[in-house]
Design a protein around this ligand. Structure first.
Ligand code: PLP
Length: 505
């Protein structure tokens, strides 16, 4: 089989160096000196400097693919010797944090299994055969926040206190349950720690919650489109899914309410806060209508609030669904608020966590990892995400760049600009988005097309465009997308085959 990703746009620019298409920014010597707050104290100086730069790369304050200043410029700006900087860069290179090519300077990267690759991105799992210059937008997820390494260090420091125990936290670490209960209270939903169960993410949390309520073979109402991994998890548990449509502008709640009243499903799985993939935010009035319909049909809402903290524009956030529907079970996760690598989520039940849910937990993963619970606890206590406001500001810029590029390059494309969340839900009227995605793959752009998110058939002309890469990369992604649209319009053949998308998140 031919290797995928043959016809990369960046190949046409090969004479500018293979790295060039990944470089999105240059960090000047003055900027790096400011980020470092001068030459780090301690000896040996080169090792301290390398460590400080490594930290900035790991934290994301130096963007992956950004070009670092020349050794001479940095030495001058820091008032350090050239040897110190040269040795620091050598060390970073050796450890996989810098790639240097003649003519391209030194470029920030992260080490990857199997050796150094300048295309290393924290959103994309390393895969054998990956080529350079790929823009992978299959995952709508962010880099780790500033401070994540500190949080891991702190967690390691307190870990010994827990080592005398067996390490199983069946319902979750008490301190973390308490911290999450406080968060709910701050959002207007009074919560006791005994209402919280910690999980290893939102998908498993949703599955556990639903399975605690219904038996295999029963019907569960779910939005269409929806987050595909949740639908897959519910199907694999033998549940039958009843779709409730979500339009690009959001819910037709009267219609959804009538589906609930007619079908009387035991459970409705909803994503009212920056719905994935549409980005829609359900208003308080609409939440109220649905809550009434669910109450009359004895339907329990399982509400996935994974994306609720990704607020990009000034907006008065509606009350949590649990405030409208007191019987609702809420599901949350640190995957979007903090980092997917933490694999830590949670469930909030209306009363103390009950036996049915605990039984599901015991029959499943048995508990969430202790170290990651400690890391999340530290992040919540130190409010590190707020400290990393830059992440949301970057996301806003990336969204705006994607929107501007779409309007410019694909004026026929239809989409609603979301006020929060991580992606645009783009309709390409009259085109098969699946075909466009295949051609985009050949141009080095990986995207998930609408049918991935559909419960039944349909959504064939939609695709999800997560704006999780820097503005310049988003503009490049849309240019590749426009090229792919052109390919489809003129009936160009493609050797790409569907089914290669590894994970849609
Ligand atoms: C609505 C929604 N639910 C769940 C997830 C996955 O969460 P987790 O990684 O915690 O399972 C995502 C994103 O990946 C999402 O957007």
């Amino acid at each position: 089989m031919p290797p995928p990703f043959r016809q990369l746009d960046c190949n046409s620019r090969a004479n500018r160096g293979r790295l060039a298409c990944m470089i999105t920014a240059t960090v000047s010597a003055a900027r790096l000196t400011a980020l470092l707050d001068g030459l780090p104290a301690g000896r040996p100086a080169y090792a301290r400097l390398a460590e400080a730069v490594r930290s900035l790369i790991v934290d994301g304050r130096i963007e992956l693919g950004a070009r670092l200043p020349s050794e001479r410029d940095l030495a001058e700006a820091l008032g350090a010797s050239r040897t110190t900087v040269t040795r620091a860069y050598d060390l970073l290179r050796e450890r996989g944090f810098l790639a240097s090519r003649r003519g391209s300077g030194s470029v920030a990267m992260l080490p990857v299994p199997g050796g150094a690759s300048p295309s290393a991105g924290i959103l994309r799992p390393y895969e054998e055969g990956d080529d350079e210059g790929i823009i992978d937008l299959t995952c709508a997820a962010l880099r780790a926040p500033v401070g994540i390494e500190d949080a891991y260090q702190t967690a390691l420091e307190v870990l010994p206190r827990y080592l005398a125990g067996a390490g199983y936290t069946t319902v979750g670490l008490p301190e973390l349950r308490a911290a999450l209960a406080e968060q709910y209270a701050a959002r207007g939903l009074a919560t006791n720690p005994d209402q919280i169960l910690i999980t290893s993410g939102a998908v498993i949390a949703t599955l556990l919650a639903v399975r605690s309520l219904v038996q295999p073979g029963q019907r569960v109402l779910i939005e269409d489109p929806t987050f595909p991994n949740t639908a897959a998890a519910l199907r694999s548990a033998g549940l039958r899914l009843t779709p409730a449509p979500v339009e690009p502008r959001g819910w037709d709640v009267d219609h959804v309410a009538s589906v609930i009243r007619r079908g009387r499903p035991s459970v409705a799985v909803l994503i009212p806060d920056f719905h994935n993939p549409t980005g829609a935010l359900m208003s308080d009035a609409d939440r109220h209508v649905l809550a009434e319909a669910m109450a009359s049909a004895s339907t329990t809402a399982v509400v996935d609030e994974t994306v609720c903290s990704i607020v990009l524009d000034p907006v008065a956030m509606p009350a949590p669904m649990g405030a409208h529907a007191p019987s609702a079970i809420s599901v949350g996760s640190s995957s979007k608020s903090h980092w997917g690598g933490l694999r830590t989520g949670w469930i909030r039940t209306p009363g103390p966590v009950g036996d049915a849910l605990i039984a599901q937990r015991v029959a499943g993963d048995g508990g969430a990892a202790l170290l990651e619970q400690l890391v999340l606890l530290h992040l919540l206590r130190t409010d590190r995400v707020d400290a990393d406001r830059g992440r949301l500001a970057d996301l806003r810029l990336a969204r705006d760049a994607a929107v501007a590029a779409l309007r410019d390059r694909l004026p026929d494309a239809r989409f609603v600009v979301p006020v929060g969340g991580l992606s645009l839900w783009v309709e390409l009227p009259g085109l098969s988005a699946g075909d466009v995605a295949l051609h985009a793959r050949e141009r080095g752009l990986l995207l998930a097309a609408g049918p991935w998110f559909a419960i039944g058939r349909g959504l064939g002309s939609f695709l999800r465009l997560p704006y999780v890469r820097p503005p310049a990369v988003m503009a490049d992604a849309v240019a590749r997308l426009a090229g792919a649209v052109e390919d489809v319009r003129r009936g160009a053949p493609t050797s790409a085959r569907p089914g290669l998308t590894p994970l849609v998140a």
